[in-house]
Design a protein around this ligand. Structure first.
Ligand code: AMP
Length: 451
């Protein structure tokens, strides 16, 4: 192994293993080989800057070579023949603006909402002081019994926006039951965790129906009359087929990250699940985006829904975004290494295209001395949960992930998101960088772009 490494790589490994801390990416580290330093950052002309490059002022950013080859410059082909939308690299460069934004002043306090006192106690115990914008606007409508479409980015407090009025309904109407669908296992799991906190001391039971976990345990939980069922569409459908689940008494349905569920091809499962629920019910949708296609799907399932939008702009405002230019693929790993030893880097999520690439990159970073785990579709649920737990508890500080596996990761202190490969769509980009810049903090996002 060692003999096949380029000198730069070998140096880099040595640099890392002998380095007690993190050194600056700008080349101030005496350990970092000069050839890898970003000395050009000190170049006033800024001509050769590969990293920390400012947004061009009306100038052109060179397009990735794939984009130039592509038909009409709209699409670049991704790995494994997957189609990638061409995204102008300028869109990956943006200052964080959260500090300049006026603080949101909610119209309500939590105590203004007509919810059961026990729920208010649980909100206090969670440490929530005032409602987030989506909670402020959605909770009163849901309490009135309206169907709602909430347009909100990840990390805006959507879970409490639907959970609090839903739990209230369950406390007041003993015959009511609720179904929550989420696109990924991780998100479903996180929703359950939040709901367990909000429903503490109410006696309401939950069941989590996700793939990769034991059917037997889920069947056991379903026999205990849970009033909140949370799951991914595939596993919910499995239980319906095996007749271990009935939806005939569902009075409240929530679809979280609905745009993502459609992207992931769940529409047939969702349609068949809806067909088994009573028409008389309240339905809530949450989505980062709502286009015509999504809207027409929502119309099939909702009754005169009210739309609430708290989206501001198309990217996460609290994330300072930048690009890392590279010429040859071989350069990427060393550029990444520099980024990972830069000052101020905390917990980091690195995105790559495929399961195989995620595995490979994870192994390479471990070999370089970083504390890393990987999540992707070939990992078991237990492995994925373990990786997220390791990140939460600081056992590791880097998670390498595919898009799908990273959905719903709610780790509040991610400082950096690195797109080692470009996302397939700008929407995916927004979802990826939404993992950082949460809870009032400013995050950093870097996207690798080929010159
Ligand atoms: P969500 O969008 O539901 O995944 O929430 C994102 C994060 O914000 C989670 O860690 C929540 O616990 C947290 N959060 C949600 N609502 C509030 C609130 N009103 N005050 C403080 N933190 C919140």
């Amino acid at each position: 192994m060692q003999s096949s490494q380029s000198p730069a790589r070998a140096d880099r490994r040595g640099a890392r293993s002998s380095s007690a801390g993190v050194s600056a990416i700008t080349g101030s580290s005496s350990r970092a080989p000069a050839s890898r330093s970003f000395r050009s950052n000190n170049n006033e002309a800024g001509e050769n800057r590969r990293f920390g490059r400012p947004a061009p002022r009306g100038g052109r950013v060179s397009l990735p070579s794939d984009a130039r080859r592509s038909d009409g410059r709209e699409v670049i082909s991704g790995r494994n023949g997957r189609v990638k939308q061409f995204i102008d690299p300028k869109r990956f460069v943006q200052e964080a603006t959260i500090a300049e934004k006026a603080e949101y002043i909610p119209q309500h306090d939590f105590s203004d909402f007509a919810v059961h006192p026990r729920i208010l106690e649980n909100i206090r115990a969670k440490g929530y002081e005032k409602p987030s914008p989506i909670q402020d606007k959605t909770i009163p409508l849901v309490l009135e019994g309206r169907d709602v479409v909430g347009i909100a980015n990840t990390g805006t407090g959507k879970t409490a926006a639907f959970s609090l009025p839903m739990i209230n309904d369950l406390i007041r109407n003993m015959e009511h039951r609720c179904l929550i669908m989420a696109p990924t296992r991780e998100l479903a799991q996180q929703i359950q965790e939040e709901i367990l906190a909000f429903s503490k001391n109410t006696g309401i039971r939950t069941a989590l129906l996700i793939g990769g976990a034991s059917m037997n345990i889920q069947v056991r939980d379903l026999k205990r009359s849970p009033r909140i069922i949370i799951g991914t569409p595939g596993r919910i459908k499995d239980h319906l087929q095996q007749k271990t689940l009935s939806l005939s008494t569902i009075s409240f349905a929530v679809l979280d990250e609905f745009d993502r569920m459609l992207d992931m091809g769940f529409i047939r499962d969702i349609t068949s699940i809806f067909a088994l629920m009573p028409k008389q019910r309240q339905t809530l949708f949450f989505s980062a985006t709502v286009d015509d296609k999504i809207e027409s799907q929502i119309r099939n399932f909702a009754r005169d829904p009210v739309t609430v939008s708290v989206k501001e702009g198309v990217t996460a405002d609290s994330v300072k975004q930048d690009v890392v230019f590279f010429r040859q693929k071989e350069e990427k790993i060393d550029l990444l290494h520099d980024l990972l030893i830069s000052d101020g880097r905390g917990k980091t999520i690195i995105f790559d295209d495929t399961k195989r690439l995620v595995e490979k990159l994870g192994r390479e970073l471990v070999a370089r001395g970083f504390r890393v785990d990987q999540i992707h579709g070939n990992k078991s649920q237990a492995q994925r949960s373990r990786a997220i737990k390791r990140l939460k508890t600081n056992e590791i500080d880097i998670l390498v992930a595919t898009d799908v596996a990273a959905r719903g990761i709610d780790v509040s202190d991610i400082s950096h998101v690195i797109n080692y490969s470009q996302p397939s769509t700008y929407d995916d980009y927004v979802h990826r960088i939404g993992r950082t810049g949460r809870a009032g903090k400013t995050g950093r996002a870097f996207t690798f772009v080929q010159k």
